[in-house]
Design a protein around this ligand. Sequence first.
Ligand SMILES: [Zn+2]
Length: 491
Amino acid sequence: MRIFTAALATETNTFSPICVDRRAFEASLYAPPGEHPETPTLCSAPITVGRRLAAEKGFELIEGTAAWADPAGLVNRLTYESLRDEILDQLRAALPVDAVVLGLHGAMVADGYEDTEGDFLTRVRNIVGADMLVCAELDPHSHLTAKRLAAANFFIYFKEFPHTDFVDRAEDLWRIALDTLAGRVKPAMSVFDCRMIDVYPTSREPMRSFVDKITRTEAADPDILSISVVHGFMAGDVPEMGTKMLVLTDSKPEKGAVLARELGLELFAQRGTFIMPQIDEKEAVSRALAAVSGPVVIADTWDNPGGGTAGDATVLLAELLAQGAQDTAVGTIWDPMAVQICMAAGEGAEIQLRFGAKSAPGTGNPIDGFVKVVRLVRNAEMRFGESYAPFGDAAHIQLNGIDIILNSTRAQSFDPSLFSAMGIEPTSKKILVIKSTNHFYASFAPIAAEILYCSAGTPYPNNPARTPYRRAPRDIWPMVDNPHGDAQGAP
Ligand SMILES: [Zn+2]
């Protein structure tokens, strides 16, 4: 038995000014056949899990290229086409194979391709023919399109957000794929369009209980092979944006459709209750200043480079300056040009500097000030779980009593070590400002006296009712109140 595997993935915030070219993939992950590292990235676990299973079960795994770029804006057309064609050529050369098992994300948008995964899967299908098994693992922050459903046999999505289960779901993908090849099951996908878009962290209620429930349902009923909530991705302005419920049955599509509708309407009934409560920058800074003990962590939740933004918004910093905050550290503001100027000036220099808010509207204005360059670090890194996340050449500057880290590689604020790497002791500060939506929580909660989720400016299209979509559907919640148009959808 011979099985082909490959990965091609990124998450495209179509509103982000940070476009993605070949270099962006090479900076995150570009692994030609056989060169994928032993540990998986978010969307390449089908390769590493496939290697283990091939060794255990004695089938031949033919590896294609694995490519992943960190979330950002539109993917360059030639970059997408060349990576796609590289993998398709590898697949042609590998034939005959028994199955194609892929790692995708599901929210990639390239110049000229609103549904890149649909395009890619259709081309895979055209190469291998109608009868071959084609399946993929995807991120739930993606668009489930009709084109993709037509081209593949089945999909498995991560259940957890934060995505702590991408290896477990790759195990599901392979188990069902191998059962299918052995003739033990015949997967059928049933989809219900929830006609909504929302944000669904599984670290809190009510989504925690919903995911636990679908996991129990999978375990209890042998007809149900897998259930996925496809969250959708509100920063992707594409025609099939929105939340979908996907039920994978063993050849029972009608039963799957009934369950998908039931679960989808249950999710719809809880719309608007999933995300953590947010406050604006004025309230966040006032509350942090009034706090008795620190550090108070203010998460600039929507200027999160992990969601594809630049990470250079200054709205919160401007408010800190306006309210005279002291004993405060901000990590980070992305500004490679300002870092270069600081590097030229040298540690200890006091210089006139303009920094931040240069990339996109809704992120505040550049800050002008007479700053002290305190510390300079080349190729700075912070801890991220068991590994390290780079944030590039970085400068620790001081302005009006506030410590600010400027960085040159966009990075979400994963861990307090981003401050200590720049000579700032995070636990000694009264206020820490960071850029992250949810991933920061596990590492900052142990040192935080309090955590405030702040929605500052409009760096990210986080309010779908007001986002100026051009391509996304306008007849889903929250753009309309009752998109199902029947009693079940009514509030
Ligand atoms: Zn995601």
